[in-house]
Design a protein around this ligand. Structure first.
Ligand SMILES: O=C(O)C1=C[C@@H](OP(=O)(O)O)[C@@H](O)[C@H](O)C1
Ligand SMILES: C=C(OP(=O)(O)O)C(=O)O
Length: 446
């Protein structure tokens, strides 16, 4: 793919059906749960992208048998009942938050292992301390940092996970808690009780973890879904020989938004059956923008009979991966938009609040940031003036969601004559979760 992609606006309302990739979060959770189960499982409808490739490659380096078939979108993995086959490995987790946190916890199940872990430059800045401190304090590992304390790269000398009582600060990322919950039932001896210190962000992802642990035969004994959590001891059992992965609800958010931008309607097969992913609640946000949704045989139909353009305030903490989808469209609203609850996204692929603010300001929008919020005062006239002579370039900061969100905005026929006005730099960064995003968008145009 070229270094830059000029987005061709849609000259007529969109219609058609979008085949979405499998969920990143469910694919990488299934791989982690299956690896430490006593079962052989085939993931169907799995995501094939950078983040899941990293998980598959790492599990193979650790000695697990993992076979994948990208054409069939299936991955088969043989569980080793909590054993990590190889005692030594060098793992590279790129910028995959799920792989970084889930693998770190998984490794600690091995007594006497020594693993070197590193990530991309962005990952070296992302929060790991809550997880590493909890594991180290519990005696499950010794961590030697090779760069900045609390961050990648580090060496993990692992000692096995014992039962007892463990406290974790997961206020920087829910993945820290999810990682511990995934390994908790494999603790040796007495059951492991996991207690949360302070607030957790993105709580629907904790529900996803607990829901999938339940599918794999575990159920917390106490504390419900807010903790403390206590599981029985023993490996997981897969719910069957195959496991169907839901389509990715965050990826769906771009195509839920597209008909609002260009008119028309889209069909999203299997999106009517999404149960594990909180991001499907982005539909409630779009409902406030006039969206109407029908569900037939699991296919979700998205259309906008009334294109409401009033702005509003919304706490995006539970669905923070989708805040960029809405923020990028804010220039097309007619009143101010405020998004709150997103401080933790400053420590994700990039500082997402700063990235969105910078790019929206480039488009002439009046933007105010606080530590945990973003307010946009839309100014469509300024955007028209700034793009009248040539397409304006959007920087994407190696963040797939910045690229995809502004990609949807660029589909709007801003000048009324089909002239392109937005150019996405480094569109290939979508490979993290949705490698063919811009091809799918193009197919809808024709
Ligand atoms: O557990 C998961 O699969 C995820 C949890 C969320 O991370 P944070 O809890 O760090 O927000 C989300 O942003 C990420 O894309 C996927
Ligand atoms: C935050 C995200 O990813 P990660 O799994 O790396 O945290 C994301 O996909 O928006």
């Amino acid at each position: 793919m070229n270094d830059s992609l000029i987005i061709q606006p849609f000259s007529k309302p969109v219609s058609g059906s979008v085949q979405l990739p499998g969920s990143k979060s469910i694919t990488n959770r299934t791989l982690a749960l299956a690896a430490i189960s006593g079962s052989k499982v085939t993931l169907e409808g799995a995501l094939f992208s950078e983040d899941t490739r990293i998980m598959v490659d790492s599990l193979q380096k650790l000695g697990f048998s993992v076979q994948d078939d990208e054409t069939a979108k299936s991955i088969t993995i043989e569980g080793r009942s909590g054993t990590i086959p190889n005692a030594e490995a060098e793992l590279y987790v790129g910028n995959a938050g799920t792989a970084a946190r889930f693998l770190t916890a998984l490794l600690c199940l091995r007594d006497g292992g020594c693993y070197d872990l590193d990530g991309s430059p962005a990952m070296r800045e992302r929060p790991m301390r809550g997880l590493l401190d909890a594991l180290e304090k519990h005696g499950a590992c010794k961590v030697t940092y090779k760069g900045k304390d609390g961050h990648f790269p580090f060496t993990l000398e692992t000692k096995g996970l014992s039962g007892g009582y463990l406290e974790v600060d997961a206020s920087a990322s829910s993945q820290i808690l999810s990682a511990l919950l995934i390994v908790a039932p494999l603790a040796e001896g007495e059951p492991l009780i996991v207690n949360i210190l302070g607030e957790t962000v993105s709580h629907p992802f904790i529900d996803m973890t607990l829901g999938m642990m339940e599918q794999f035969g575990e159920d917390p004994e106490i504390g419900g879904h807010t903790g403390p959590f206590k599981f029985r001891c023993g490996p997981y059992t897969a719910p069957g020989a195959s496991y169907q992965i839901e389509p990715d609800a965050t990826a769906a958010s771009y195509f839920m938004a597209l008909p609002w931008v260009v008119g028309g309607e889209l069909l999203l097969p299997k999106c009517g059956h999404i149960e594990l992913q909180g991001d499907i609640r982005f539909l409630d946000v779009l409902g406030q923008l006039g969206g109407s949704f029908d569900e037939e045989s699991g296919t979700l139909q998205v259309k906008y009979p009334h294109r409401l353009i009033d702005g509003f305030t919304q706490n995006f903490n539970p669905i923070s991966d989708t805040f960029l989808t809405l923020a990028a469209l804010s220039p097309l609203l007619n009143t101010e938009l405020t998004i709150t609850g997103i401080a933790h996204t400053r420590k994700q692929e990039t500082d997402r609040i700063a990235a969105m603010a910078t790019e929206l300001e480039k488009l002439g929008q009046n933007v105010t940031e606080t530590e945990d919020s973003l307010t946009v005062h839309p100014d469509v006239e300024a955007m028209i003036a700034l793009t009248k002579d040539a397409p304006l370039g959007i920087d994407t900061y190696h963040d797939h969601r910045v690229a995809m969100s502004f990609g949807i905005l660029g589909c709007y026929d801003l000048h009324g004559d089909g002239r392109p006005w937005l150019e996405i730099h480094n569109p290939a960064c979508c490979a993290k979760t949705f490698p063919n995003f811009f091809d799918v968008l193009e197919s809808l145009r024709s």
